[in-house]
Design a protein around this ligand. Structure first.
Ligand SMILES: Cc1ncc(COP(=O)(O)O)c(C=O)c1O
Length: 406
């Protein structure tokens, strides 16, 4: 089936509006993608038809909500190829998924958690906080030139013992590069070390098969793959989840309770305290179904075409510095750069106020890495499969003018 960008864009009502008389150009997809009407309609159906609690509500609305909620879990199970639905825990986002592990995994005194130097703050702060209180040690794994991952060095560190968990990004939100995660997991397992993958930037861009990867934990956010905001999930192997105690408890997390004791519920319920984001789960399922209908390969080829086109242009601009590899094929939909002598915040405002081109500027929640590399702030363009060549052309024209005049 040919890739029909016009049909795809028809599904995104937000792109049809005019701002200051011009269409919006949304290039901030690494933060949050837009949603097709199919996702919005699925969520609306929950509010319009059966807005109720799940499980404990035994009435008709409750039955419908329970059914849709568990169908969503099954859809996610299939999407990431988990062995069983109970291995999928609903969370608010990748951040919460990582915090859940930091707070609920039975770490022991002296255990080491290893992360790379290029993590999002969401995969740095939970370990820093953990290391302040519970005798767990947080170590940073230095990346090589161009953020390459040295597997020999990695092996040497693991061979020293005491590393309990390696927690790394799959795709970087800063450079767009992906780590060799299968090799990292295989090596870690040789040393009996568990691996948590931060899938925030890979999900919706790569095929995720948790069984093939043999990854122990995988955290991701649906708002980065057409789903509702504030909706995420944590995958974890059943045997590990069963060993873990929840860090949030309350309604639905127990099978029985009296004034002095309680019996925890089975997985996944023991990790999902209180009323849940039912519309969010239903919207996540609709997002998965939408993505399934447009082949991943076609989506990625389209994004690569746009990324190549922008990359070729900006590399010719004076004073422009690109983060990560020059080859667009190694950066997914991400183009992160700065211009010597120009404030990145100002640049992003110019792009927005002249042609509604919405990009991100700042330290991108990677303060430590920016400080290490003495970078003040950068502009990040992040593309998705509904962006067009015309949008890329307008971006190129606009940035050229800005660089010329300032
Ligand atoms: C690599 C990476 N990890 C974690 C996160 C945090 O995601 P969320 O805000 O959805 O929890 C992000 C968000 O941009 C990210 O890019």
């Amino acid at each position: 089936m040919a890739y029909n960008i016009d049909n795809i864009r028809d599904d995104f009502p937000v792109l049809k509006q005019a701002i200051r008389g011009k269409p919006p150009i949304y290039f901030d997809n690494a933060c949050m993608t837009l949603r097709p009407r199919q996702v919005l309609e699925a969520m609306n159906r929950y509010y319009l038809c059966h807005p109720s609690c799940h499980k404990r509500a035994m009435h008709s609305f409750g039955e419908m909500t329970s059914a849709r909620y568990e169908e969503a879990r099954q859809a996610i199970q299939k999407f990431i190829n988990a062995k069983m639905p109970q291995e999928v825990i609903f969370t608010r986002n990748t951040t919460e998924s990582i915090n859940l592990i930091a707070n609920a995994f039975p770490f022991e005194n002296g255990d080491i958690v290893l992360t790379t130097e290029l993590e999002h703050n969401s995969n740095l702060l939970p370990w820093q906080v953990l290391s302040q209180g519970k005798g767990v040690i947080h170590r940073i794994f230095a990346l090589g030139q161009d953020s390459s991952f040295d597997l020999d060095n990695f092996k040497d560190i693991l061979a020293q013992g005491r590393v309990r968990l390696v927690s790394v990004f799959q795709t970087s939100h800063v450079t767009g590069q992906s780590l060799p995660v299968k090799a990292i997991i295989d090596v870690a397992h040789q040393y009996g070390v568990l691996v948590l993958l931060d899938g925030a930037q890979s999900v919706g861009h790569q095929k995720i098969d948790v069984q093939e990867l043999d990854v122990d934990f995988f955290g991701f956010s649906f708002h980065k793959m057409l789903g509702p905001s504030g909706m995420g999930a944590l995958y974890a192997k059943k045997a590990i989840l069963e060993q873990m105690r929840p860090f949030l408890v309350g309604g639905e997390t127990v099978e029985d309770v009296d004034y002095v004791s309680f019996v925890l519920a089975k997985i996944p319920d023991k990790f999902e305290a209180g009323l849940q984001n039912y519309a969010g789960a239903i919207g996540a399922k609709a997002a998965i179904e939408y993505l399934r209908d447009i082949p991943l390969e076609a989506r990625n080829q389209h994004v690569l075409k746009l990324n190549n086109f922008i990359t070729e242009k900006i590399l010719k601009l004076p004073r422009l510095n690109l983060l990560g590899p020059k080859d667009a094929a190694l950066r997914g939909g991400i183009i992160n750069f700065f211009i010597d002598g120009m404030d990145s915040g100002d640049l992003s405002i110019f792009l927005d106020k002249t042609n509604n081109i919405m990009v991100r500027s700042g330290l991108h929640c990677a303060h430590a890495w920016y400080k290490k590399h003495k970078l003040v702030s950068t502009v990040r363009v992040s593309l998705y499969f509904y962006n067009t060549m015309q949008e890329a052309e307008l971006f190129n024209e606009t940035i050229e003018k800005i660089v010329k005049y300032f």
